[in-house]
Design a protein around this ligand. Structure first.
Ligand SMILES: Cc1ncc(COP(=O)(O)O)c(C=O)c1O
Length: 441
């Protein structure tokens, strides 16, 4: 062993010790410990991977990022993975790539209509606005919170080119019905899988139905890189455009290796019309792009998280079912989530809607849960059109969106993430029971 290797091994050992002292064994004290809706779940391996990458000090996307692409691709069964710095960036890259000139007739152009549910995360809709596409808003279902298929049918016009939606809180949308519409009208499908990594429909991984899909690795999600996200697609040409959009818009595809003459072998031989001589391919821009790359320490963490992903998914499903069994008795007052018989959701969270005729409102139940140290969240933006930032966008709206308004008024969610175990789930159920008993007296 060289002195460098010995030092590294000592550092790793110390980091593992530090993890054990500082982060492991968080004992749960009912009523005192916070029952979070989500959070990072990690161990000494995650810390060691990140530290190893910091010791390498590559910093920008490098060897760990390349490995992360490969491993995530294996999990999803998709060859083209484009890591980015957030789920919002992933959505921006995906939509912008679909608007590229390089796609010729297939490209989305300003004014093209994209059907999207009004009950959305804001940055599922924002890239449509940013690319001057016209969102056409449809309502959602009350217990599955996914886009309403009948309204999608009603939304189709001669300008409709695409459908974009998130599988809400990990719950797969009805992919048979959606694919039928997509195929019938020759539409592009963009799946936001940010909340649904590992969910399947009819045995098939979400994100593999459409043309392009997105993931988020923010700490609330199924795996975390701190911040982070990814675009994935089966299309090599679309992936190449997406990488360019992510990497400043440049044409050069030398990502992790940089041979002197570039991977194209003609790095210094690019002709630019109107300019005498040749230009460097690294500075040859064929897209309006950004810099949305992730860093190598993030990717190193992602690799350790991916090792745990199958277990994380199992715990999410188990926690969900335990909550469901305990809450079933209150269904006269609370609408519990519903999922398609062909789907196997890798749940992000447990959504609940307070029924209109319940003798209490969302405000009362949330206050009670929060006072008892149980974290709650709203279903993201609710009806995104009620949000001030979206009040002046050019769009088309199908109907009055009553369900999206109801969601905004009456829906919330609690956690099922792998940081929770039976003790916390049972504590949550006890608190729900004491609230119901007091409210129904
Ligand atoms: C459905 C959905 N899409 C997109 C995003 C954006 O992801 P990020 O927070 O990584 O930007 C989120 C974030 O939670 C989300 O839930």
């Amino acid at each position: 062993m060289t002195s460098k290797d010995r030092l590294k091994s000592e550092i790793m050992q110390k980091v593992a010790e530090y993890y054990l002292i500082e982060h492991s064994d968080q004992e749960f004290f009912p009523g005192k410990s916070r029952v979070k809706y989500a959070g990072r779940v990690f161990d000494e391996r995650d810390m060691n991977m990140m530290v190893a990458s910091v010791l390498d000090f590559w910093l920008t996307a490098g060897p760990y990022a390349k490995q992360f692409e490969l491993e995530l691709g294996k999990f999803l069964g998709v060859s083209e993975i484009i890591p980015v710095n957030s789920g919002s960036s992933a959505n921006l890259v995906a939509v912008t790539a679909l608007c590229s000139r390089k796609r010729g007739e297939q490209r989305l152009v300003p004014g093209d209509e994209v059907i999207v549910p009004a009950t959305s995360f804001p940055t599922t809709v924002a890239p449509l606005v940013q690319n001057r596409l016209t969102p056409v808003f449809v309502d959602c279902g009350i217990a599955d919170y996914n886009l309403d298929i009948n309204q999608v049918q009603a939304a189709i016009s001669s300008r409709t080119r695409a459908i974009m939606f998130a599988h809400t809180l990990g719950n797969p949308a009805d992919m048979d019905a959606i694919m039928q519409i997509v195929n019938e009208h020759n539409l592009i499908l963009i799946e936001d899988v940010c909340d649904a990594l590992g969910s399947t429909y009819d045995g098939r991984m979400l994100g593999t139905f459409g043309d392009i899909a997105t993931l988020s690795f923010y700490p609330a999600h199924h795996i975390t890189l701190g911040e982070g996200g990814a675009v994935f697609t089966r299309s090599h040409s679309l992936a190449r455009i997406a990488r360019s959009v992510r990497d400043w818009g440049r044409d050069c595809w030398c990502e992790y290796e940089n041979p002197t003459d570039g991977k194209c072998g003609r790095r210094f031989e690019r002709e630019i019309p109107g300019i005498a001589g040749y230009y460097d391919h690294r500075y040859y821009f064929t897209e309006i792009g950004y810099n949305l790359k992730l860093t190598d320490p993030q990717a190193a963490l992602g690799l350790a998280q991916l090792e745990k992903l199958p277990d994380f998914i199992d715990v999410r499903k188990r926690n969900f079912m335990r909550l469901y069994s305990g809450l079933e008795q209150w269904q006269d007052y609370l609408t519990l989530p519903r999922w398609h018989k062909k789907s196997d959701p890798s749940w992000f969270a447990f959504p609940i809607t307070v029924r209109q005729d319940a003798p209490f409102g969302r405000k009362e139940i949330i206050r009670y849960l929060e006072d008892n140290n149980i974290e709650t969240r709203m279903l993201f933006a609710g009806n995104v059109l009620r949000q001030p930032g979206f009040s002046e966008i050019d769009c088309r709206i199908i109907g009055e969106l009553p369900v999206s308004d109801h969601v905004m008024q009456s829906t919330f969610f609690v956690g099922v993430y792998p940081g929770l175990n039976n003790k916390q789930i049972d504590y949550m159920l006890d608190i729900f029971t004491s609230f119901m008993q007091a409210s129904l007296r």
